[in-house]
Design a protein around this ligand. Structure first.
Ligand code: HEC
Length: 506
């Protein structure tokens, strides 16, 4: 498989002029200077988090990476460490003021864009098991297409679950802070994870082992795998790039800087696979463009679709002829025809739709997409032929994830935000009415439903450090089983994900 290796040299760091001045201006007037914070940091923290804060044995300490962590928590962690991890507490060695200085320091953006180009990416690559060194037969007796990976965020692990017996086959450590859904190879043997800190890990499901890893960025959003399983594309916030990897050995093939024609640089919001088009689609945060990168041609040509607004968070119609994206400035969603490279419609969605978790089905003979909204207590149902909203289903609060299955009469949506975040709604796909509201664990957030291969079970997460996986009979809606887990977040069924079931996001 000769692959044209073309790694454009990545020009070092667009140095924002005056960034240092801005840093000083943003500094709280405590009488201490950032130099002092940097000095303490170099003495006590650099050995694990690296001198440039890009991470080493410990995670990167940058505002982009610390988004999950609030300042008071960061302060607590620095003072008292984190139990059962290598992060020590510093309350004996550092004063409260010094700890506060460090907190401010790690939330300051870097003055220059970190360089993470060909050499840095290549040097990070680790191969744990070379080609041919592991068995081609699964080491377990279960349907390999009805397995789930469940990501557990509290202690950075993942569980491999048998979707028939509803039992955990193994639980293994992941990189720190996974982000974006893991992606399966088309045959389901491998699963690829991306972490917020930029690590891409390839896990051999049959042998239950991590086989190779590479750090493709400093702050990463997600990864996509080509329909033929040959390539991975990684989208980064830091640096502003997409990185194309060989899915086989994780070797970098291309690093493409995210810039428009005028040179304006952009964070990459997300990358997607459009399998019928044999391409990747790239969502850009800071420029009004959508990119399509073809993996059918050896030189991976890049096509820019120039738009009149910034588009984020995409849903694709079943043929991948159109995408719906959430527009940033306008109060709506926009439809882009990918064949023609044109915006063709606007949809009046004001509640910040979470289109990436949209699902589709046939309603009264028409294809529709249903999406939760992050700001409004509504599930919006949109006609995929004329882009009109045919129903707004009132919910108990804004939702995050929505799921169904091709063989299920129901669609599930969580109530992720607000006082009713412990509730989930079950919607009848024929009537568009809520037929049941469940509260699996009162007072604790219930989220992210996924079906098994056959549509028999619906699995949801109790989103808590001491949480659980709750499994429902998908027809009777009765609870079947509860498995304790450490802040389970997403769960990913091999069959539904690789066969692109319309009831799940892709
Ligand atoms: C011996 C290695 C080591 C040293 C020294 C160290 N850290 Fe850490 N730090 C870690 C590890 C490992 C973690 C991840 C812990 C976990 O798994 O939650 C961590 C986590 C953190 C976190 C939480 C990050 C997140 O995203 O949740 C912060 C904040 C932090 N460290 C700050 C500091 C600061 C500031 C210093 C210096 C005063 C320091 N650390 C020194 C190893 C270290």
């Amino acid at each position: 498989m000769p692959v044209c290796v073309r790694i454009p040299s990545v020009s070092p760091a667009s140095t924002a002029l005056g960034a240092a001045a801005a840093l000083l201006a943003a500094w709280p007037a405590t009488g201490s200077s950032p130099d002092e914070a940097q000095r303490i940091y170099q003495i006590h923290c650099a050995s694990c988090h690296s001198g440039d804060r890009l991470g080493g044995m410990g995670p990167a300490l940058l505002p982009e990476n610390l988004r999950r962590v609030r300042r008071p928590e960061a302060r607590e962690v620095i003072a008292h460490g984190r139990a059962a991890t290598q992060m020590p507490g510093f309350s004996e060695q550092l004063s409260d003021d010094e700890i506060m200085l460090l907190v401010e320091y790690i939330y300051q953006p870097l003055e220059v864009m970190p360089v993470w180009a060909r050499d840095e990416v290549l040097d990070s690559r680790v191969v744990h098991y070379g080609p041919g060194s592991l068995s081609d037969e699964p080491r377990f007796d279960a349907d390999p297409l009805n397995l789930f990976i469940v990501v557990e965020l509290a202690d950075h692990h993942a569980s491999l679950l048998d979707g028939d017996r509803l039992e955990v086959l193994t639980r293994f450590p992941t990189r720190f802070a996974l982000h974006g859904g893991p992606k399966y190879s088309p045959d389901g043997r491998y699963v690829y994870f991306a972490s917020r800190g930029g690590w891409i890990s390839k896990f051999d499901v049959y042998n239950m082992k991590t086989v190779a890893e590479i750090r493709a960025g400093i702050n990463t959003r997600n990864l996509a795998i080509s329909g033929d399983g040959r390539y991975l594309l990684v989208g980064n916030y830091l640096p502003h790039s997409v990185v194309l990897l060989d899915a086989d050995d994780l070797m970098p093939l291309e690093i493409i800087e995210a810039r428009d024609a005028a040179g304006t640089s952009s964070r990459v919001s997300a990358v997607y696979t459009a399998a019928p088009r044999e391409s990747f689609i790239v969502a850009l945060k800071d420029i009004a463009e959508v990119w399509e990168i073809s993996y059918a041609a050896a030189d991976f040509p890049l096509r820019r679709i120039v738009l009149d607004d910034y588009l984020d968070d995409f849903f694709f119609d079943p043929g991948y002829h159109h995408l719906i994206g959430a527009a940033r400035n306008a109060n709506n969603a926009q439809v882009v025809n990918l064949d023609e490279g044109l915006k063709v419609a606007e949809i009046d969605l004001t509640g910040l739709p979470h289109l990436g978790s949209g699902i589709s089905w046939e309603y009264q003979g028409r294809p529709v997409v249903a999406t939760p909204n992050l700001r409004e207590a509504e599930v919006s149902v949109i006609d995929l032929q004329d882009w009109t909203i045919i129903e707004r289903i009132d919910t108990l609060g804004p939702g995050f994830f929505m799921r169904s299955h091709g063989d299920s009469p129901y669609a599930w949506v969580d109530v992720f935000f607000g006082p009713d975040s412990d509730a989930v709604h079950v919607i009848d796909k024929k009537t568009l009415k809520i037929v049941r509201t469940l509260r699996p664990e009162p007072g604790k957030t219930a989220a992210h439903i996924e079906y098994d291969r056959h549509g028999r079970y619906a699995l949801l997460s109790i989103w808590d450090d001491d949480g659980a996986l709750v499994i429902y009979d998908a027809d009777t809606l009765e609870e079947v089983k509860r498995i304790p887990m450490k802040k389970p977040s997403g769960k990913y069924n091999v069959y539904n994900k690789t066969r692109l079931d319309p009831g799940t996001s892709h």
